[in-house]
Design a protein. Structure first.
Ligand code: C2O
Ligand code: CU
Ligand code: CU
Length: 566
């Protein structure tokens, strides 16, 4: 639930006018990358220091430059006084390397995932994913860019000189309290930050420039465009290039989503052109519109007092300066060839329904929200997906507000939004999609090609971070039903009685995952054990042969269990 914080109405952001140069994050590349999450302070307004967090710096973090095909180890150290996790949003990595809520980095600890970069050239990002604390840690500054390059992208004439004609721009909205500190989970996010800079300006050369836009806001949907309706071309979606540049004057960008655009500034030397959010044009039911709800009743406390909602506001001031020595001067005609999976070879269709946890007008807009009637539970696996499954996911939004849905592990192609083909600029690889309110639907197709692992699940969730923290999240495992079980080499866990007519007790466990399979290899149940002793109840299952898999960080055992009649 949103807290009413009317007494802290953010006056400070509205009075500050000084323009600040846009912070362009440093880059890190190579086989080993070190990130340290630390406390910082940023004097956003005059002499007031705002408490922040950042990776290797006061707020946000360096841009990680990766090449498809490279192997990389990222050492993530946490020197905050609280735990965190670090998730590579959009990257196709194993669930153990994904940095979801199960992969906690305690205070003073370092987590070092190593992985191969399998992703296509595009703009990705990283951010904390600690359950119930994601919004807080992202608000304080936990976020950074990942730029992946590949050979297909390198063949195209595109601006790609970082900080010269190719710029990452993370747009975030923030609320401040009376003492200049960030408000967490607020509807009074009245200040716009670009790359952690308030009232930012950026000098751009008078040529074709590339902007890598990220909506890093916790809730707010942006409707980006340029002052004077200057046209631009979108070239990439979340997970890759489009087939061809798509001409646009508006780009709706929802929390978690990225887009790369080309802007031709050749004829604009000396002018100032603002990047805007035309939020007056957002439809009802979108967070950021004048009315966040499509229903006549139901509102978010404080929402209507925020001057950004339903109005057009400046995001970033762009000043056009002289061109660089070898400028890109034209927009390419084509980019790559996307090859979506065929809908003729789909193994499974899954339905995910967004609902309020409690019905009634308030719940329809404010939440908490649940997926398929169930709030997030770290110990419950919501979906079990066979390795190599091609799937259609059908998302249905039975709430009064639009939600940006995100899935880990895979990129997808949108098939339909409210029964119609998606707009051309959404035909590339995606990992975030906005599902319209009041029965709105989205269908997408994807394939779960790699990384079977029944121990660590991947997440899918709403990327409005207060919704995610409040439980609008589920988890899935990808399992390989073709490989046989590891042979037990040590016996540490004892298990009795076996055969059993009902319950079976496991002893000698310690931080392990217990999974129950039937004789056909179908996963029936999974539990994360934290006690030395656990009971598994087979009462609900027919008599016959079962397998219990017990795995810890170091070892894995498999037991044949027989269920017999009483
Ligand atoms: Cu960007 Cu599960 O998150
Ligand atoms: Cu993600
Ligand atoms: Cu949501």
């Amino acid at each position: 639930m949103r807290k009413l914080m009317l007494f802290t109405l953010a006056i400070i952001p509205l009075m500050s006018i000084a323009q600040n140069p846009l912070l362009i994050p440093d880059t890190l590349s190579g086989r080993a990358i070190n990130l340290t999450l630390q406390n910082g302070q940023v004097p956003f307004y005059g002499g007031i220091n705002t408490q922040t967090i950042g990776y290797n710096q006061a707020i946000l973090g360096p841009t990680l430059m990766l090449n498809k095909g490279d192997s990389v180890t990222i050492n993530v150290s946490n020197i905050l006084a609280e735990p965190t996790t670090l998730h590579w949003h959009g990257l196709h990595v194993s669930s153990d390397n994904d940095g979801g809520p199960h992969t906690v980095i305690d205070t003073g600890k370092t987590w070092s995932p190593s992985f191969g970069v399998l992703d296509n050239a595009a703009t990705y990002w990283y951010h904390p994913h600690l359950h119930e604390h994601t919004e807080e840690q992202v608000t304080k500054g936990g976020a950074g860019f990942i730029i992946v390059r590949d050979n297909d992208e390198k063949k195209i004439i595109l601006p790609r000189t970082y900080g010269i004609d190719d710029f990452p721009i993370a747009v975030q909205s923030r609320g401040f309290d009376g003492s200049g500190q960030f408000l967490i989970n607020t509807a009074l996010d009245t200040a716009i930050l670009c790359n952690g800079t308030v009232n930012a300006f950026l000098d751009l050369p008078a040529q074709v420039v590339r902007l890598r836009l990220l909506n890093g806001a916790t809730e707010r949907v942006l409707n980006l465009g340029f002052q004077g309706n200057l046209g631009f071309h979108q070239i990439a979606t979340d997970g890759g290039l489009l087939d061809a540049p798509v001409p646009l004057t508006r780009l709706r960008l929802v929390p978690g989503e990225r887009a790369e655009i080309l802007v031709d500034l050749s004829t604009h030397l000396g002018s100032t052109i603002n990047l805007m959010s035309f939020s007056s044009e957002l439809p009802r039911g979108t967070y950021g519109a004048a009315n966040p709800s499509v229903m006549p009743v139901g509102s978010i406390p404080g929402y209507t007092m925020n001057p950004l909602n339903g109005s057009d506001f400046k995001v970033l001031q762009l000043q056009v300066i002289s061109s660089t020595p070898n400028p890109v001067t034209s927009i390419p005609a084509t980019l790559i060839v996307n090859a979506p999976w065929s809908t003729l070879n789909v193994d499974t269709t899954r339905n995910i329904t967004f609902q309020p946890a409690q019905m009634g007008p308030t719940g329809m807009v404010n939440g908490p929200f649940v997926l398929n009637g169930r709030g997030f539970d770290m110990g419950f696996i919501n979906q079990k997906i066979p390795l190599n499954n091609t799937e259609i996911w059908e998302l249905t939004n039975s709430t009064a507000i639009a939600h940006p849905f995100h899935i880990h592990d895979v990129q997808f192609y949108i098939l339909e939004i409210n029964g119609a083909a998606p707009p051309t600029n959404m035909l590339g690889k995606k990992d975030v999609v906005l599902v319209p309110p009041m029965g709105g639907t989205v269908r997408f197709i994807t394939k779960f090609e790699d990384f079977a692992n029944s121990n660590t699940p991947y997440m899918y969730h709403c990327h409005m971070l207060s919704h995610e923290d409040e439980g609008m999240m589920g988890q899935f495992i990808v399992f390989d039903n073709t490989t046989s079980v590891d042979a037990p080499n040590v016996t540490l866990v004892s298990l009795f009685p076996n055969p059993t007519s009902g319950k079976i007790t496991l002893k000698g466990l310690d931080q392990s995952t217990i999974k129950l399979f039937n004789a056909q290899g179908k996963l029936l149940r999974m539990r994360l054990a934290t006690n030395a002793e656990e009971e598994i109840n087979l009462n609900d299952y027919p008599d016959g042969v079962y397998f219990l898999h017990v795995s810890t960080a170091k070892a894995r055992w498999s037991y044949k269990v027989i269920k017999i009649a009483k």
